[in-house]
Design a protein around this ligand. Structure first.
Ligand SMILES: [Zn+2]
Length: 241
């Protein structure tokens, strides 16, 4: 994704609606199948064909801040973008409503993160798993699907590992809980699937949105306790507190 790219060869700005553009208000009532490809995932303005690889119109890109190289690593976690603006709203539609249209764009964005650009550093990559019941309701695992798509988009050299699952009794939703409750909620919430695969491995652990960091920290702790040599943490979004 290149948010700095603003005009096609014909001089038309990428944020200028093409014929048949769908207004943001209307898009809430238009079935997904009717949405044209090549629309901005933030506001559904149709982009000129030469802008399609950007996926976000310049207005939405400007309102969805990506971190500078200095901002990307905070509290031990790598992240690519602030969890705000149209990009975050589009991610919520992907995650909660299963709107898969934005997944390739999110994957390309995550693939720009330094850990996924590194080669020869990690033995395997894994993701923070969704609760089984939530995966069942949604029909997919948002962070896992994102991580796998980003690994492919980055041409990452480490294999995928189904490293963790959620312990069944920790099924309470995180959203809406206070920080202290979140920490209690995720404590001991992860089970390592294959300790032999984890032992001695340098792992990259991926999640989609990091807020307090408690979920990623608990998942990392479970992998380290199982003998992982190192576990680096990466998220697409960071919600700065
Ligand atoms: Zn837009």
């Amino acid at each position: 994704m290149d948010p700095t790219r603003t005009a096609d060869e014909g001089g038309r700005a990428c944020n200028e609606p093409g014929p048949g553009a769908i207004s943001p208000v209307m898009s809430a009532f238009v079935p997904l199948a009717d949405l044209v490809p090549g629309a901005c995932i933030g506001c559904d303005v149709r982009l000129p064909p030469t802008c399609n690889d950007t996926t976000l119109c310049p207005a939405c890109a400007a309102a969805s801040p990506l971190f500078t190289p200095e901002e990307r690593r905070a509290r031990g976690v790598w992240a690519v973008a602030a969890f705000t603006g149209p990009l975050a709203a589009a991610y919520a539609r992907y995650k909660d409503a299963g709107e898969l249209r934005g997944l390739p764009a999110f994957a390309r964005l995550l693939a720009t993160a330094p850990p996924l650009r590194a080669r020869g550093v990690y033995d395997a990559v894994t993701a923070v798993p969704a609760f089984a019941v939530r995966r069942f309701v949604r029909g997919f695992d948002p962070a896992g699907a994102l991580a796998r798509a980003a690994v492919a988009a980055a041409g990452f050299d480490a294999p995928w590992l189904r490293g963790l699952r959620r312990a069944k009794r920790w099924g309470r939703r995180q959203r809406g809980l206070r920080a202290a409750e979140r920490r209690r909620n995720v404590q001991a919430g992860f089970v390592v699937r294959d300790a032999a695969a984890v032992a001695g491995a340098r792992l990259l652990l991926v999640d989609d949105v990091v807020t307090t960091g408690a979920t990623l920290a608990a998942a990392r702790r479970a992998l380290l306790d199982a003998g992982a040599a190192a576990v680096d943490r990466l998220a697409l979004f960071r919600a700065d507190l």
